[in-house]
Design a protein around this ligand. Structure first.
Ligand code: GDP
Ligand code: IMO
Ligand code: MG
Length: 429
């Protein structure tokens, strides 16, 4: 009986939340292992829509939720999100949610620097979510971050704030924006401490116990392989590793614990923020995909850029992400399009590439090489079995499998939880 890790195979917003929520009924615990409240996962269950950023999606299914050490946690955002989902009827308590005591905190100075740097970049901006994710991960690697456990030690907090403010206030003043007062930050952290600490523990120990008891662990990735800080379209990426291997280090388990790696991909492609996007469509088809797919960022409300399915990109994500099976989502958005294109490789400065090379100039210059397929006129919206799919839609899925070199093990045909076709149960390994 395997555990399962769910990761994005494109540039995010593939429908990870929906798939994790659906799989959660088969799991005992759901673990977030990287990212922060830059993530926005939408779950539709009956007439309720849940928008989760930090909370593991399994909580909607009443499964134990764990926020691993690899996540950067904004305590204000966490408490606000807990309140929000409580008002929707979910029960979140220190029994149902555990947070790694060694997870890094996001403080107000992180989004301040994130935004100040973005505006200084002008037209070269990355298009971050402005939530302080990058600066928080920088602090972690620079060994000056404040972590959850520090909330229990006022002297540690005080000393770390001195070090942080020396760094941040210098930068913020240089960028011409407001600086922070230590007294205000310290007072707020001490106020937050008793609200956050009841959730904190060494989660690695609980996960070890659960694993040895044969419980099923579902790892919930945020962002996606093409936003991975090593493997993505650098520098237009997020500041964490998003590949499945991170599930182990980001939760305090060994690599063997990760289990089956399920990559999520839309039946087309979207991206929020700046950066290369070879199959982007600036025409009526691109706008149609955006409208029918309701492609607006969950976190920032920005319209998502839309384009054709890029099989070369997903194939690369399959390889570097360790993806063993693909969940293909939003097939229904393509209903009624007379013709579909799939990118199979790139032409870059006259040369053919089967993958996206690392140099930013080459990425920006990449022209997609397409093959064209006939579309289908019947609806796939809400389909719950292969038998409900038009033959041409099945052909499209089969061609994607061939090109990305991974089997499609799950299909999603609407935002609703139950509109899902299971081909092979990922928990069966
Ligand atoms: P995540 O970040 O990967 O969890 O994805 P988001 O929740 O940010 O964005 C995916 C959007 O597509 C959400 O609004 C989902 O409700 C919706 N969605 C997921 N699967 C499907 C599907 O199969 N069809 C349609 N039409 N919408 C879907
Ligand atoms: P989910 O989990 C889509 C993008 C931002 C920006 C870049 C860096 O919902 O798929 P950051 O704030 O992380 O420093 O921004 O990454 N980005 C996402 N795009 N979905 C996400 O999460 C994203 N999280 C970050 O738009 O381009
Ligand atoms: Mg999202």
């Amino acid at each position: 009986m395997a555990n399962v890790a769910v990761i994005g195979a494109q540039w995010g917003d593939e429908g990870k939340g929906k798939v994790v929520d659906w799989l959660a009924s088969r799991a005992d615990v759901v673990v977030r292992f990287q990212g922060g409240h830059n993530a926005g996962h939408t779950l539709v269950v009956g007439n309720q829509t849940y928008k989760l950023s930090l909370l593991p999606s399994g909580l909607v299914n009443n499964k134990l939720g764990i926020i691993g050490n690899g996540v950067v946690v904004d305590p204000e955002a966490l408490l606000a999100e807990i309140e929000r989902v409580r008002s929707q009827g979910l029960t979140i308590t220190p029994e149902s949610l555990r947070i790694a005591e060694n997870a890094v905190l996001i403080l107000p100075l992180h989004p301040a620097l994130d935004r100040a740097r973005e505006s200084a970049r002008g037209e070269h901006k990355i298009g971050t979510t402005g939530r302080g994710i990058g600066p928080a991960y920088e602090d972690k690697v620079a060994r000056r971050a404040i972590r959850i456990a520090d909330l229990a030690e006022p002297e540690t907090l005080s000393a770390k704030l001195d070090e942080l403010l020396l760094h941040y206030n210098t930068l913020l003043a240089g960028l011409g924006v407001a600086t922070f007062s230590k007294d205000v930050l310290l007072a707020r952290l001490l106020e937050l401490a008793p609200q956050i600490l009841p959730y904190a523990e060494p989660v690695w120990e609980r996960l070890d116990t659960l694993r040895r008891a044969g419980k099923r662990i579902l790892f919930e990735g945020a962002q996606a392989v093409m936003l991975d800080v090593d493997h993505g379209t650098y520098p237009f990426v997020t500041s964490s590793n998003t590949v499945a291997a991170t599930a182990a280090a980001g939760s305090g388990m060994g690599p063997a614990a990760v289990g089956f790696v399920l990559g999520i991909a839309k039946a087309y492609t979207t991206r929020v923020g700046s950066g290369p996007f070879p199959t982007e469509l600036h025409d009526a088809t691109g706008r149609l995909l955006g409208e029918r797919g309701h492609e607006f960022g969950t976190v920032t409300g920005r319209p998502r850029r839309c384009g054709w399915f890029d099989a070369a990109l997903v194939r690369q994500a399959v390889k570097v992400g360790g993806i063993q099976g693909l969940a293909l989502t939003k097939l229904d958005v393509l209903d009624g399009l007379p013709e579909l294109k799939i990118c199979t490789g790139y032409r870059i400065r006259g040369e053919h590439f089967r993958h996206l090379p690392a140099a930013p100039g080459a990425q920006a210059a990449a022209e997609p090489e397409y093959e064209t397929m006939e579309g289908w006129s019947d609806s796939t919206h809400g389909a719950r079995s292969w038998a409900d799919l038009p033959a041409q839609a099945i052909k499209y899925v089969r061609r994607i499998e061939e090109l990305v070199e991974a089997p499609v093990t799950l299909l999603s045909t609407s935002p609703e939880r139950e509109d899902t076709i299971l081909v092979k149960d990922p928990f069966e390994g």
